[in-house]
Design a protein around this ligand. Sequence first.
Ligand SMILES: N[C@@H](CCC(=O)N[C@@H](CS)C(=O)NCC(=O)O)C(=O)O
Length: 228
Amino acid sequence: MLKLYFHPSPNPLKVALFLEEAGLSYEVVAIDTRKGEQHGEAFRAINPNAKTPALTDGDVKVFDSNAILLYLAEKTGLFLPANAPQARADMHSWLMFVATGIGPYCGQAVHFKHFAPEPKEYAVNRYSFEAERHWKLVDERLAGREWMVGDTYTLVDMAVWGWARMIPRAMGPEAWALLPNVKRHLDAINARPAAQRAEALKERFAFKQEFDDQARQALFPQNARLGL
Ligand SMILES: N[C@@H](CCC(=O)N[C@@H](CS)C(=O)NCC(=O)O)C(=O)O
């Protein structure tokens, strides 16, 4: 049995989308990161990085969303691009680009825009600039093509979807004017029943909504060093 360790956030949602698209049977284990459940010993035995998502497949453990997408695609043979050198190279390049560029820069853009204490202008400018620069590259990639790699829907599109949903929060609602191809790609995936099922997973659990001291300590443990 597959078990998805889940919080309704961009990285876990990519994996939920794959599982739903593939029609795989899986159990969802809620990890309420605002309550600090990611730091528990049992979860860290699965993901030493103490972040969601993680997946277990029997005795196999896999963490980091893009690694999980690759694991599931290799396991099932689904949502991979053609088995040709350029298509596989494109898959790896864009997947790593999402993992090392889109995810971290959007995550930090959200953090500094919405959560960091003042003064923060320098950090907001750096991360929103880099988030925009990365998304413009995805937008150029999607100009004149339906999907990120080859001419079919693959795991790379799912990786992009997880964070594209967050663009207004990371960059402001006006960002869509700069990214028409990303918006078209997002709308196409949002219209898929699997995406709607992935988004609906959060309704099954009472995830903590309040952003209080408990949530701040769980998500921003570094603040303790500054006495915040
Ligand atoms: N590189 C990791 C990043 C995972 C990550 O940052 N997950 C967030 C949700 S999107 C999380 O669990 N945050 C809780 C925390 O930082 O304590 C991946 O792609 O899975």
